[in-house]
Design a protein around this ligand. Structure first.
Ligand SMILES: NC(=O)c1ccc[n+]([C@@H]2O[C@H](COP(=O)([O-])OP(=O)(O)OC[C@H]3O[C@@H](n4cnc5c(N)ncnc54)[C@H](OP(=O)(O)O)[C@@H]3O)[C@@H](O)[C@H]2O)c1
Length: 287
């Protein structure tokens, strides 16, 4: 597949079950896009990388360029599908599934690293879900799902008070945004060392994933009735992010993600647990 791929026609990329998977050049994103396409989803994979290879048949997989920065800045045209929509369909294609997979994992704790981690790992996920699930799908009757790919690194047990309590108490998107703004500001001022917030390596990543977990709860609460929102920790996966040192394959992680999607969509028929949970190894877990 090619990030510069020409716009597909209705016939080659039909309306129907559309999934958006961000970060599809990465290990888990690519495996997830492939697993969904194998299950007859029409997948829009997003990436900043041009000319990425894949074995997925191009009939149901489209790659679109996306950089988190443009979306977070509010550039509507950076949203995947928008150019396709206007050029081909002239109507909003129903995005039935959004997999917020894109992430960065900086080692540093400086204002730039924290800002980027929050933009890519949290704000991008929030913005895309708003665009597809809450605005576009508000009046639609088809069931929908959001899967935020998170991490056990964001569990609150790693956090220092008062941050642990502050994160757990976040109740609105505005409060979440204010907290992110405050952290970047204080890191820039030099008044907030990493160890005053969280224990362990990659503190900006840990903070972003804790906030993504909280975002998942808030999104689940305000989602339309037919839309489920959950997070999933894929385990320790061999990818660029782990220098290919993890114990699981990306395909194993993708199978768990697809399993969760199937549970989420089955909930439309009243068969499953409440929305807004963090899943690991196919079980809901605490965070
Ligand atoms: N690997 C693990 O053990 C592990 C464990 C727990 C959680 N996770 C989570 O699993 C997800 C996938 O991780 P992975 O291991 O597959 O990592 P990866 O191979 O490094 O993939 C990360 C993806 O994020 C995208 N990305 C980074 N910066 C971006 C930006 N500014 N704008 C848009 N996209 C951007 C990249 O997209 P492009 O380069 O395609 O633009 C890349 O494809 C992440 O959410 C990660 O936190 C992974």
């Amino acid at each position: 597949m090619n990030a510069n791929a020409s716009i597909p026609s209705r016939n080659t990329f039909p309306l129907g079950r559309i999934a958006v998977v961000t970060g599809c050049s990465g290990a888990i994103g690519r495996a997830t896009a492939r697993a969904l396409a194998d299950r007859r989803w029409n997948v829009v994979g997003t990436t900043r990388v041009k000319n990425i290879g894949t074995t997925v048949p191009e009939t149901n997989l489209l790659v679109q360029a996306l950089d988190a920065e443009a979306v977070v800045r509010g550039d509507e045209w950076a949203l995947p599908l928008l150019p396709v929509r206007s050029a081909v369909w002239g109507a909003v294609p129903p995005v039935a599934l959004l997999v917020n997979n894109a992430a960065v994992c900086p080692a540093e704790w400086d204002a730039a690293a924290v800002q980027t981690a929050l933009d890519v790992n949290v704000r991008l996920a929030a913005r895309l879900a708003d665009a597809y699930m809450f605005h576009g799908a508000r009046d639609a009757m088809h069931p929908g799902a959001v899967v935020n790919i998170s991490s056990g690194d964001g569990e609150l047990c790693f956090f220092v008070e008062p941050w642990r309590s502050r994160i757990a108490a976040l109740d609105t998107m505005a409060q979440l945004e204010r907290l992110m703004h405050e952290v970047v500001q204080r890191v820039r001022d030099g008044t907030l060392p990493a160890d005053a917030v969280v224990h362990g390596p990659e503190p900006a990543y840990r903070l972003s994933k804790a906030l993504l977990n909280r975002l998942t709860v808030l999104q689940a609460r305000r989602a339309p009735r037919q839309v489920r929102v959950d997070a999933v920790c894929p385990g320790d996966v061999r990818s660029a992010m782990t220098s290919y040192g993890g114990s699981r394959t990306a395909e194993e992680a993708a199978a768990d993600i697809v399993h969760l999607v199937e549970l989420q969509l089955a909930s439309w028929r009243g068969e499953t647990t409440p929305s807004g949970q963090l899943w690991r190894y196919r079980q809901p877990t605490t965070f």
